[in-house]
Design a protein around this ligand. Sequence first.
Ligand SMILES: [Zn+2]
Length: 269
Amino acid sequence: MVRVYQLGALRLAQLHDGYGAIDGNRVFYPARQEEWEAGLAPDPTGFMLNAYQPLLITQGGQHTLVDTGFGEANPSRRRDMQDGLRELGVAAEEIARVIITHAHGDHVSGNTLLRDGAYVPAYPKAEYIVQEGEIAEMRERNDDLWRARFAPLQALGQLRIVDGEVALDEALTLWPMAGHTAGQQGVRMVSQGQHAVFVGDLGLSYKNFETPQWGASWAWSREADEANRRMVAEWAVEHDAILILYHDPRTPWIRLARAGAGYRATPVK
Ligand SMILES: [Zn+2]
């Protein structure tokens, strides 16, 4: 079942691209397991459930996809985001825009499909949008991820590289929030006075927002990651905004209230 939420005139649909396990001691670095584990049911070594959840934003019949999941990179899973798009009745050809939060394999492997030995766009009519700061280094290195998931888009004129905050239309704005990676961006949404933000991996769990100093140990800059988490949390409180997380399997949509030195998250039903 695809979860659908109406934010003013925007229809937000949470897609599912499967589940995995992730080490909570790395997600909530530098906290110890006994500090973070309540309610998250990790195994004794700290591994907990992790989800992959792209978002489909639909506005007056125009579809914008945020992140593309694993694509065909993990064919073993029984249900993926394509099942969700089918359930919504949205064909790949109907996706007009794909926003890439950051260039990690679990977010961009679904950009392309391997067909007859060549990589082709999974969304053949879409403009794919990414920050220059995110892809500059991988383009320079010409690494596998660039060659498989970005270069084929660029060759076809489907890769739009932006630099900084960009308003795509009245409702959607690309919001740079580097830290997890060098050029991560979120998506800020406003419609009819209601606000939301897709945060990419700015927080993998709602607990990263409740305690902003706990962040991914593998972040490109843990300092920038924490600073942007606090900045977005403050904006969310001020605007009563919904935060949409990519990886949190049980509490992916939250609202925040200030609580002590951090925040308290309330699930959005
Ligand atoms: Zn991720």
